[in-house]
Write a protein that binds this ligand. Structure first.
Ligand SMILES: [Zn+2]
Length: 328
């Protein structure tokens, strides 16, 4: 790794709002990311960091988005390898239930990053999914979901204003230019139509989790909360109609308690860039102990917390519903 450029300089402007009021929250060694992905998932991400020795975690003071600089997104081979892991494409995402309240069965719907087309089941006949993984698109078509392989920008410029609703679930945290991405979604949407996006909630479960490598580059390159998603709507020329954070799901209660314990008993761990601690270190052992404690606590507390239902708004995901033009 000696031939890599050992530079991770703070960028000039925020990827969402364009502000130059940025805070450098610290560096992450690319070698640690390579090691973590290998150890946790058996994935080799070395080629992503061939020219980069360190990344910075950067926070925007104005919109509060976090991003990793330089922005290095996952290559096709990386996503192909991830798709080979059985759990990667969730058949059902909890935010589908929220999104469907804003989608009529007569609506023309475009879903970007459609995976195997699971959201098509919530829509009428006018559904189009965009996906770049050919195997996922093929599986979608086999279950009668109209999923095609085409980049968003190309599709939006060929079909301006065609759709009533354009949605992307758990996608924008993967892309290098989220503002451009949502602007293209808006271009494909008719005036008065809706743009719906969901992302992991940095103020909820994902933000309090140690060594969550899938929440780090090259998988996730940005991190979001209500404020930054609101700023994204504004940056893309959209109005924010609704924004909702999921509650803690019953099956995530152990995860939630471990993260809370960590914040309470070992706050120095979550203060690290990217919430990352070195595998095999004393801090890592401390996190594992808190994780086990959280899991055990969940077994005891589950009946009292009604499966996590009382832990409002602190779950995995935020979903934002944006409108093109003013709405009443
Ligand atoms: Zn910003």
């Amino acid at each position: 790794m000696t031939d890599r450029t050992a530079v991770s300089r703070t960028p000039d402007a925020c990827v969402v709002c364009g502000s130059n009021s940025l805070v450098d929250a610290g560096d992450i060694a690319a070698a640690d990311l390579v090691h973590g992905y290998q150890k946790r998932f058996g994935l080799d991400v070395f080629e992503h960091f061939a020219d980069t020795a360190k990344l910075s975690e950067v926070r925007c003071r104005d919109c509060d988005v976090h991003f990793f600089s330089p922005i290095i997104t996952g290559k096709e081979s990386f996503y192909r390898a991830l798709a080979g892991l059985a759990w990667y494409y969730m058949a059902e995402k909890p935010e589908f239930a929220i999104a469907r309240q804003f989608v009529k069965t007569t609506d023309a719907v475009l879903e970007v990053g459609a995976g195997r087309g699971a959201f098509a089941a919530y829509c009428g006949n006018e559904y189009v999914g965009l996906e770049f993984n050919p195997e996922a698109a093929e599986q979608a078509r086999r279950s009668n979901a109209n999923v095609i392989i085409e980049p968003l920008e190309k599709h939006a410029s060929a079909h301006p204003g065609l759709y009533d609703v354009c949605c992307a679930f758990q996608v924008i945290e993967h892309v290098a230019d989220p503002k451009q991405f949502v602007t293209s979604m808006a271009a494909a949407t008719r005036p008065g139509g809706r743009v719906i996006v969901s992302v992991p909630n940095e103020a909820g479960l994902p933000g309090g989790t140690i060594n969550d490598f899938l929440n780090l580059p090259p998988h996730h390159v940005t991190r979001w909360n209500h404020r930054s998603l609101g700023a994204l709507a504004t940056a893309a020329g959209l109005s924010l109609e609704a924004i909702e954070s999921e509650n803690v799901a019953g099956y995530h209660l152990g995860w939630y308690l471990a993260a809370r314990l960590c914040k309470l008993l070992a706050p120095h761990l979550v203060a690290r860039p990217g919430n990352r601690v070195r595998l095999g270190s004393i801090d890592y052992a401390l996190w594992r102990a808190l994780w086990l404690l959280g899991r055990s606590g969940a077994l005891v507390l589950q009946p009292f917390l009604q499966g996590g239902g009382r832990l409002r708004g602190r779950g995995h995901t935020i979903i934002a519903v944006m409108r093109k033009g003013e709405f009443t």
